[in-house]
Design a protein around this ligand. Structure first.
Ligand SMILES: Cc1ncc(COP(=O)(O)O)c(C=O)c1O
Length: 454
C-alpha cells in the first residue's frame, strides 16, 4: 500500500494516526531538487526555510545523495561496541574546523544539549567541586527533553511538564550586568545561543559574548554555545562563534550537520572532556555510520564548493534588498540576523501566520515565529536570483496590504538610528575593540571578530 500521492488520504491518516502536536499547512512534499520542493500535485515551492535550517545542501544534492546511498549499501548501523570509521572521520573533520578536541555524537539538537548539560555537571563532580547550576537566557530555546525545556528560557515550553529539572537560572539576553549578578559559587556553566532563532532571530551583541567569555574564564565557568541552528555555515562562517572572536568550552550542533539525516554532536576541549568516563553517557544510534557518512559529505561539500562564500554573498544582497523594502513599507519593523538566518518583523497590521500563508499560496515557504516575525533559513546553496524571487513576492504582498511610507517616514528613515551613530563612532574593528580592551573585556588577540551582516 502506498498513500504517497493521495493528499486527502495522507491528511486523513495523519489526523487519525499521528499525535497532533504540529500546526500543519495543507501540503505534502514528495520530491525536492536544489532549493525547490514539489507537492503531491506537482506544484513547485521555493524553500526559504530549508526544513528549519536543516537542508543546508538543498534537496537531492548529488554528493549527499551518493554518500547516503553508498553507505546504505554497506552498513547502515553498527553499534557503539565497535569502532566506526565514518564516526572517527566526522569527529576529525569537526575538530579540524573548530576549537574542539573531542566530539560526542547523538541524534538531535536536544540530545546534544543534554550531553552538554550533563558534561558541565560531571566535569565538576569528578573534580569534587560543588557546581551544578546552569545559567541560560530568557527567550532562549534549547530543545524539548525534560533537561532542555528546563534550560529553555520560555515557560510555555516547560509549564505543562512541571516539576522542572532543577538547577537552571534564566537571565535577560544581551545584559551583562544581569549575567554578572546571576553568577554564584554554584554556577557550573552558562549556555547561550549566539542568535536566538526560535524566539524571533535575535543576534547576541559582540560585546556581550566577549564579556561573558571573560567572566567564564575568570570564574572557572564552562561556556556552552548552542549552535544547533547557527552552526554548519548558517551564519556565514562554519560556526557562528567565529563571528564573535571568542571560543566556547562546549558547542552543540545538529540541524545542518547531516543535511537532513538526523544527527547531533557535542564538541569540547580535552580538559572538559575529562568529565565523561566510559559509561557516563551514550546513545544507541549516536555516531551511526549512515548519519556520519551524511555528515562527512556535508562537511566536505561545504568546504570544497565555496558554500560559505555563497552564504556571505547571498546574505549581503538579501539584507540590502530587505532593508530597502523596510524603507518602502512602514509595516516592516526590523530585519535581523546573520548569514542565512534572517527574521523579518512586522507591526500589528500584519501577522506572521498571515504572511506565511500568503507566501505559501505564492509557492514560497517560510516559518512564522510568534505574532509578528517570519524566519528565513534557506538551503545554503540558494542563488541570488532565488533569494530575489522571495523579495519580489514579499514586495508584491506588501504592496497589496500595506501602503508605502509617507514623506515624513522617509525623512526619519534617512536619519541614522541611535545604534548606527554608536556603531559608526566606535567601529567593530578599531575603536570599539579598544574600548572593550580598556575595560578588559576582549578575547585573546589571535582571534578577530568578523563583520556583522546586519
Ligand atoms: C538553538 C536550538 N537548540 C536546540 C534545538 C533542538 O533541536 P532538536 O529539535 O533537533 O532537538 C533547536 C531546535 O530548533 C534549536 O534551534
Amino acid at each position: 500500500m502506498s498513500i504517497e500521492n493521495d493528499f486527502a488520504l495522507i491528511q486523513d491518516f495523519d489526523k487519525n494516526y499521528c499525535l497532533q502536536v504540529f500546526n500543519l499547512l495543507p501540503v505534502a512534499f514528495t520530491k525536492g531538487k536544489g532549493c525547490y520542493l514539489y507537492d503531491t500535485e506537482g506544484k513547485k515551492y521555493l524553500d526559504m526555510i530549508g526544513g528549519i535550517a536543516v537542508n543546508c545542501l538543498g534537496y537531492a544534492h548529488p554528493k549527499l545523495t551518493s554518500a547516503i546511498c553508498s553507505q546504505a549499501k554497506s552498513i547502515v548501523h553498527a553499534c557503539n561496541y565497535y569502532y566506526i570509521p565514518e564516526k572517527s572521520e566526522l569527529a576529525y573533520r569537526l575538530c579540524r574546523a573548530s576549537f574542539a578536541d573531542k566530539v560526542f555524537f547523538c541524534n538531535s539538537g536536544a540530545e546534544a544539549n543534554e550531553a552538554a548539560i550533563k558534561l558541565a555537571r560531571s566535569y565538576f563532580y569528578y573534580k569534587d567541586i560543588n557546581k551544578y547550576e546552569i545559567i541560560t537566557a530568557n527567550m532562549s530555546f534549547h530543545g524539548r527533553t525534560m533537561g532542555t525545556v528546563a534550560a529553555t528560557g520560555q515557560e510555555k515550553f516547560s509549564r505543562p511538564f512541571e516539576p522542572n529539572v532543577p538547577g537552571f537560572v534564566h537571565v535577560p539576553y544581551n545584559d551583562i550586568d544581569a549575567m554578572i549578578e546571576a553568577v554564584n559559587p554554584k554556577t557550573a556553566a552558562i549556555m547561550l545561543e549566539l542568535i536566538q532563532g526560535e524566539s524571533g532571530v535575535h543576534p547576541a551583541d559582540l560585546e556581550y559574548i566577549q564579556a561573558v567569555r571573560k567572566l567564564c574564564s575568570e570564574k572557572g565557568i564552562i561556556f556552552i554555545f548552542d549552535e544547533v541552528q547557527t552552526g554548519i555555515g548558517r551564519s556565514g562562517k562554519m560556526f557562528c562563534y567565529q563571528t564573535y572572536g571568542v571560543v566556547p568550552d562546549i558547542m552543540t550542533l545538529a540541524k545542518g550537520l547531516g543535511g537532513g539525516v538526523p544527527i547531533g554532536a557535542m564538541l569540547t576541549t580535552n580538559e572538559i572532556a575529562t568529565g565523561f568516563k566510559p559509561g557516563d553517557h551514550g546513545s544507541t544510534f549516536g555516531g551511526n555510520p549512515l548519519a556520519c557518512a551524511a555528515g562527512n559529505a556535508v562537511m566536505e561539500t561545504i568546504e570544497q564548493e565555496g558554500i560559505i562564500d555563497n552564504v556571505q554573498e547571498v546574505s549581503a544582497e538579501l539584507f540590502e534588498k530587505l532593508n530597502k523594502l523596510r524603507s518602502k513599507y512602514n509595516c516592516i519593523r526590523s530585519v535581523r540576523g546573520k548569514g542565512l538566518l534572517i527574521g523579518i518583523e512586522f507591526d500589528d497590521t500584519i501577522t506572521a501566520q498571515g504572511m506565511r500563508e500568503q507566501l505559501f499560496t505564492m509557492g514560497i515557504l517560510v516559518s512564522a515565529i510568534g505574532k509578528s516575525t517570519i524566519r528565513l533559513a534557506p538551503p545554503l546553496i540558494i542563488t541570488k536570483a532565488q533569494a530575489n524571487q522571495f523579495v519580489k513576492a514579499l514586495d508584491k504582498i506588501l504592496k497589496n496590504t500595506a501602503g508605502p511610507k509617507n514623506v515624513f517616514d522617509k525623512i526619519k528613515d534617512a536619519l541614522p538610528t541611535k545604534k548606527q551613530v554608536k556603531e559608526s563612532a566606535a567601529s567593530i574593528g578599531s575603536a570599539k575593540i579598544d574600548k572593550l580592551d580598556a575595560a578588559g573585556l576582549t578575547a585573546p588577540k589571535d582571534v578577530t571578530p568578523a563583520d556583522d551582516d546586519e
